[in-house]
Every structure is written in structure tokens, then in C-alpha cells.
Design a protein around this ligand. Structure first.
Ligand code: NOJ
Length: 499
């Protein structure tokens, strides 16, 4: 009866390789840098590391635009470095999870270079093309990073579809040859001994632009099931699909315990609450606390025994949780610990995003210091629309993806010990106060708190196995719940007063 999947007991640490540890002084983090820091992660007690993409890429979207799926970008190292990382991590019982970006490739991928040569080219149908005229796009769909989702290619007299930047053309999953190519890539990486994959924008692969459908397209689950059967199910992997469009019913299908799709999905219902109704992430609103409790309660209760949750506050696209829903000032340490407790007591697989275990905070930089394509697009767009600079910067400080992407704060030396070169992105000036070296020395630090929480999760099965019950659903300050089995009750009480 007991389902002993390793990833149900595991804690997964996300590394954003550019910002983690530089080893060759070019100001950009790399694989050798990660290897150097494995002991740090081992001491923390993580079971697996999810790496944001390190494949060869022109870096238009920091690696989420891949030009060669079977190679490592020279800025991060080589294939041999990747193999060394898998091996060194393995020695410490840490598995490596790679990011798979299969909804789109880079426009510099050889497939796309061929595809745009002519309509007859064998690779043409690897992408999503529609007829039109240079003046008239197939429809008015917009890309996530701003501007039309269609780009005209005069050589073929057609538009290609891109849900993200113009340099990220969407792959055509309707084409069986494309799917085959992608599965072969997955199998190739599996042979290297990976522990699993995180599937980027997994719910957008089956898009249908004629129906204006991006996520949850008609053939989505058919494609995922096929991919899972042809690849993941051949080994003992953890797989997690990114699915902004997932509701609970869909999450049950994605994370069906029969293993037909993924182990779990990243769903974002709780992360979308502090924005204005019907608007986007930049249109800020306070966190509606009762709704927040209701949402987490619903996911905990309804997926129980018929699916599996991922637990996270942070990733490379989200602002720092202690700044967002905690107190980054006086009660930074207390609120970081509270937020960790709230999340890690729940059922699911917890993810820590680099620096979260130190209580790293958001930044407030001049616009010139920002690097993120989404932030910069929004800035230009809103300036043109007449928003004030102050309004725009207010949103950026709260929600820019660069909040998560500032270099990891290792110590109080120059550039926080991240690089001896010029960092690709400015280090948060609070690194002299918030850094790993100092927290490792202090048994009472956020770092050690996370370490102890993880150890508890591994020791007591009540964390992974047992039912969630919410208390005081109408209380405006307290988030309280229990997890319970015959032997043990875990009671979590968090006081958000003043938050
Ligand atoms: C989701 C990734 O998390 C994000 O960083 C990226 O920009 C988009 N997918 C496009 O790949």
C-alpha cells in the first residue's frame, strides 16, 4: 500500500547557474562553480538539484532559448563538466535534475535556421507557421514578453508563432518527427544518469494559435503521456511540469499516481493572489490572506492520495518570498523561518531556490542594472503607455524576475564571493549582512533552520504521508494546520500579524 517514491521524501534545491558560483572569473556562474559548492548543499541536506538551463544558447532569455540540446553553453562549461557534476553530486547522494525547454527552441537552433529557408525544407514543419501579409498578422495574439506573437519571415512569406520572445520560436508538437527528436534528446540525457527533469512551460506545448489556445491545448495530455511513456518511465526519475494554467482537476491528471504523466506540477494559484483581479503580475495588490489559506487548503486536501503537490515560494521567475510576504526589515529572520515552516509542513515535495535558505531579499536598482528580458520589455511598454517611472519601478521592485537572479551571497568579500570578475548582474548590497559563511557559523540562522526542517521531513513520514487539516479558516492573522497519523500529530501555527 505504501508508495515509496524517493521524491516524496525529497527536498529539491534549484540553482540558477549564472548566479550561483563563478569559477573562471568571467562574472557568470558555471558548472565547476556548482561542483565547488556541493558540500554546502550536502550539509544543507538536499536530495536533488534542479539546474535552470545550461544548454548551448544565445541567452536571449538566459538559457530558456536553446540552440543545441546536446551541448553545454561554453559560458557554463562543457559536457565533461556536466558529467563531473552528476558524478560528484552522486557521491553525496544528490541527484541532478535538468530543465527541459521543449515548447520552443532558439531561433539560432539549426532546425530553425533550416526551417526559415523555404516552405519545402524538411525542417520547415518543425515550427508553427501561418500565412499572412507583411502588414497583416494571422491574428492579434501577444507574446508573453510583449508585442505580437507572430514574426514575419520574408524568405518563406509566412509568420512563425512565438509565445515568448521573437528569438524563441514555438516548436510544432503536432509534427510527430519533432516529438521523436525531443524524446531522443531526453533519452540521450537520461543515459548520463540524471535524476529527473523539470519541463518548462509544459502546459503550453500543445498550443493551437488558430483557436487562440496557448495552455491546455486539445492534445496536451496525449503528448505528455506519449513523452512520459517513451522516456521518463524507463527510469526512476522525478519529473515536474511547469503549468501556470493548471487547476486541481488538471493537476490530478498530470500527477496521476499511476505515473502516466509527471511526478508533479508547479501550479501557481497561490502565487497569483497578490495582483489585481483580471490583470497581470505588475498590477500589485495586497495578499488576500483568507483566500491564500483557502487556496493552499484546497490543493492540500484535494490532491491527497490522487496526485502530488510541489511546495515552493520561490524560483528564478518570482520575487524573494521574505520581501514579498514576510518582513525584509526587522523580522527578516523570523519571517523567513515562519514561511519555511508553513510550506515545509505541508504535503508535497519542497523546493528551495538558491539563497532562500539565507533569507535573501529583493533589490531596488536603477533600471540600467536590470537584465531580465521581461522586465525590460514591460518598462519600455509602460513608459510608452504613459505610466510614470515611479509607478513602473514600484512594480519592478516588487515583482521583477531579477529579484531572484542577483548573485548568490556566499561571504562578505568583494562581490559576495560569487566572482572575482565583474558580476553579470549587480550583487545585492546587503551581502555583508546576509551571506552563507556567516549563517553557517550561527546555529540559529535561517540556513540551519532549513537544514533542521529538512532533516525532520526525512525522519518523520507524517510530512510526506498524512492528511492535512486547516484550522481557523476565518482568522485574519493565523495560518494553522495539522498533519496526523496514528502515532504522531504535527501542528503548524504561523502568525502573520503585521504582515
Ligand atoms: C518559464 C521559465 O521559468 C522562464 O524563465 C522562461 O522565460 C519561460 N518559461 C520561457 O521559456
Amino acid at each position: 500500500m505504501e508508495d515509496k517514491k524517493w521524491w516524496k521524501q525529497a527536498v529539491i534545491y534549484q540553482i540558477y547557474p549564472r548566479s550561483f558560483q563563478d569559477s573562471n572569473h568571467d562574472g557568470i556562474g558555471d558548472l565547476k562553480g556548482i561542483i565547488r559548492r556541493l558540500d554546502y548543499l550536502s550539509l544543507l541536506g538536499v536530495d536533488a538539484i534542479w539546474l535552470s538551463p545550461v544548454y548551448r544558447s544565445p541567452q536571449d532569455d538566459n538559457g530558456y532559448d536553446i540552440s543545441d540540446y546536446r551541448d553545454i553553453d561554453p559560458m557554463f562549461g562543457t559536457i565533461e563538466d556536466m558529467e563531473a557534476l552528476i558524478e560528484e553530486a552522486g557521491k553525496r547522494n544528490i541527484r541532478i535534475i535538468m530543465d527541459l525547454v521543449l515548447n520552443h527552441s532558439s531561433d539560432e537552433h539549426s532546425w530553425f535556421q533550416e526551417a526559415k529557408k523555404s516552405r519545402e525544407n524538411p525542417y520547415h514543419d518543425y515550427y508553427v507557421w501561418r500565412d499572412g501579409t507583411p502588414q497583416d498578422t494571422p491574428n492579434d495574439m501577444q507574446s508573453v514578453f510583449g508585442g505580437s506573437a507572430w514574426e514575419w519571415v520574408p524568405e518563406v512569406g509566412q509568420y512563425y508563432f512565438h509565445q515568448f520572445s521573437v528569438k524563441q520560436p514555438d516548436l510544432n508538437w503536432e509534427n510527430e518527427k519533432v516529438r521523436r527528436e525531443l524524446y531522443n534528446i531526453i533519452l540521450w540525457w537520461m543515459e548520463k544518469g540524471l535524476g529527473g527533469f523539470r519541463l518548462d512551460t509544459a502546459d503550453q506545448i500543445a498550443k493551437d494559435p488558430d483557436l487562440r489556445v496557448t495552455n491546455n491545448g486539445p492534445r496536451l495530455h496525449e503528448f505528455i503521456q506519449e513523452m512520459s511513456r517513451e522516456t521518463f518511465q524507463k527510469a526512476d526519475l522525478v519529473t515536474v511540469g511547469e503549468a501556470w494554467g493548471a487547476d486541481i482537476e488538471r493537476a490530478k491528471i498530470y500527477s496521476n499516481p499511476d505515473g502516466s504523466e509527471f511526478s508533479m506540477v508547479f501550479q501557481f494559484e497561490h502565487m497569483l493572489l497578490d495582483q489585481q483581479e483580471g490583470k497581470g503580475k505588475w498590477d500589485l495588490a495586497p495578499l488576500p490572506f483568507l483566500r491564500f489559506k483557502e487556496v493552499l487548503n484546497r490543493w492540500q486536501t484535494e490532491l491527497f492520495e490522487c496526485g502530488w503537490n510541489s511546495l515552493f515560494w520561490n524560483n528564478h521567475d518570482l520575487p524573494r518570498i521574505v520581501s514579498r510576504w514576510g518582513d525584509e526589515g526587522r523580522y527578516r529572520i523570523e519571517s523567513a523561518k515562519m514561511l519555511a515552516t508553513l510550506l515545509y509542513g505541508m504535503q508535497g515535495t519542497p523546493y528551495i531556490y538558491q539563497g532562500e535558505e539565507l533569507g535573501m531579499t529583493n533589490v531596488e536598482y536603477d533600471i540600467e542594472e536590470y537584465r531580465d528580458i521581461e522586465t525590460l520589455h514591460m518598462y519600455r511598454e509602460r513608459m510608452e503607455k504613459g505610466y510614470t517611472r515611479q509607478e513602473i519601478m514600484h512594480s519592478i521592485y516588487a515583482k521583477s524576475r531579477d529579484n531572484a537572479r542577483t548573485p548568490m551571497q556566499w561571504n562578505e568579500e568583494e562581490n559576495a564571493g560569487f566572482t572575482e570578475g565583474m558580476p553579470w548582474m549587480k550583487v545585492n548590497p546587503n551581502y555583508t549582512e546576509i551571506n552563507a559563511k556567516q549563517q553557517i557559523k550561527d546555529e540559529d540562522s535561517i540556513y540551519h533552520y532549513y537544514r533542521r526542517l529538512m532533516a525532520l521531513r526525512q525522519e518523520y513520514h507524517v510530512f510526506s504521508d498524512d492528511r492535512f487539516q486547516l484550522y481557523l479558516p476565518e482568522d485574519e492573522n493565523i495560518f494553522a494546520y495539522s498533519r496526523k497519523n496514528d502515532i504522531r500529530t504535527l501542528l503548524v501555527i504561523c502568525n502573520f500579524y503585521g504582515g
